[in-house]
Design a binder for this molecule. Structure first.
Ligand SMILES: C[S@@+](CC[C@H](N)C(=O)[O-])C[C@H]1O[C@@H](n2cnc3c(N)ncnc32)[C@H](O)[C@@H]1O
Ligand code: SF4
Length: 379
């Protein structure tokens, strides 16, 4: 059976960061937590037909800023998910927190509700950079948030950091990593800042390091992380042994997930005869419309075979070790012969590893991932 995860989107933030294109909004008045929780519960119920006897193996509260939710709301949602679907043993339950909203009691409440992993949006430890990024917190607040996590008994945590920040030098990027490493997070996400359309940074472009400098930062950063025992397992994800993020791994391994909340995406696979039908479901994006909707699902499309192939490659090849070749058929229902000629050609070009059991990028393939994935676009 294809593993099943649950993603829960919380669409509000205290302030919109100028680089962010996520579905996050500044609440005009107060956040309607009770109404939103009710809408999430209704949304969860509408997803039950897609569970197909599976238990949930990971849950992720993402945003926006889910750390603006009360412990009681988190508890209500988790109880409903456990009651109506059921949890696998050792379920991983992550909640994204902004250090500017960290509160000791809330972390304890989340822990009591079942959250066992927190992802903290540190971004940088340089106060000037935090200001450039429009963050609502300073570096010392991130340090305090980590202490609070320890006191709340959440030992499994991630720090989000970004590099290639405005006018950043290689040394500054490394100093951020060094500070992060000093906090000994079991997991580190290190993202290259991208200037996304529809953001302030896109229209008022800051001066960011050029491609060569970004490449130097990446090389030096990867070396530093490796030296401190952080193994890179995906383009931007690094972890201590045994601490990979199970939820994100499920996306990259093309597993299934239910998505609830404003703008949430889901992917579910249905068995129809001898065929697998992959459906992508999306929820109403604007929080106000989501709250008012009778049916929160705004789109539900079955993927064409070509799209399944492309999406599989797009996800699986982000993993540094790739995936077993057998996963292609398991997750798409298509025979490996569909992609065999492309795979053989990419091996010849040194972009995929020459291993009959695996589908994995070489170092060069990982650097030119977009080009590699483009080769899996058919039709
Ligand atoms: C869904 S966001 C939200 C986390 C949380 N709201 C916060 O900001 O503290 C997850 C992470 O994506 C990264 N991110 C967001 N926008 C980005 C961009 N334009 N380029 C690179 N990374 C980005 C940030 O590190 C962020 O923490
Ligand atoms: S706090 Fe996070 S989700 Fe909210 S605007 Fe900033 S980066 Fe985006």
């Amino acid at each position: 059976m294809i593993p099943l995860s649950l993603y829960i989107h919380f669409p509000w933030c205290i302030k919109k960061c100028p680089y962010c294109d996520f579905n996050s909004h500044v609440a005009k008045n107060s956040i309607p937590e009770a109404a939103y929780t009710d809408a999430l519960l209704k949304d969860l119920e509408s997803e039950l037909p897609f569970v197909q006897g599976r238990k949930i193996h990971s849950i992720f509260f993402g945003g926006g800023t889910p750390s603006l939710m009360s412990g009681a709301a988190v508890e209500q949602i988790l109880s409903a998910a456990e009651k109506h679907i059921g949890f696998a043993n050792n379920i991983e339950i992550t909640l994204e927190a902004n250090p500017g909203t960290a509160e000791q009691q809330r972390f304890k409440d989340y822990r009591a509700a079942g959250v066992n992993r927190i992802s903290l949006g540190a971004q940088s430890f340089n106060n000037q950079q935090l200001q450039n990024l429009g963050r609502i917190h300073r570096a010392d607040e991130t340090l305090r948030a980590v202490e609070m996590l320890h006191r709340a008994g959440v030992e499994n945590f991630n720090l989000d950091l970004m590099f290639a920040l405005p006018n950043q030098t290689v040394d500054e990027a490394l100093a951020d990593l060094q500070q992060a490493i000093a906090l000994a997070p079991p997991h580190l996400s290190w993202y290259q800042l991208t200037l996304e359309p529809n953001t302030v940074f896109y229209s008022e472009r800051p001066s960011v390091p050029d491609d060569d400098l970004q490449f130097d930062m990446m090389q030096a950063g990867h070396a530093l992380l490796a030296q401190h025992g952080y193994q890179q397992y995906e383009t931007s994800a690094f972890s201590q042994t045994g601490k990979q993020c199970r939820h994100n791994r499920n996306y990259w391994e093309f597993g299934d997930y239910l998505g609830i909340g404003a703008g949430a995406h889901g992917k579910v696979t249905l068995n129809e005869g001898s065929e697998l039908i992959i459906r992508r479901r999306q929820k109403t994006r604007t929080p106000e419309h989501y709250l008012q909707s009778i049916n929160p699902c705004s789109a539900d499309v079955a993927l064409a075979q070509n799209d399944s192939v492309t999406e599989f490659a797009l996800n699986a090849l982000r993993l540094i070790d790739g995936v077993p070749r057998s996963l292609f058929t398991e997750r798409t229902g298509l025979p490996f012969s569909v992609i065999a000629p492309t795979v053989t050609q990419l091996i010849t070009e040194g972009l995929l590893v020459d291993d009959v059991t695996r589908l994995a990028p070489t170092q060069k393939g990982a650097w030119f991932l977009n080009d590699v994935v483009a080769r899996f676009i058919y039709g």
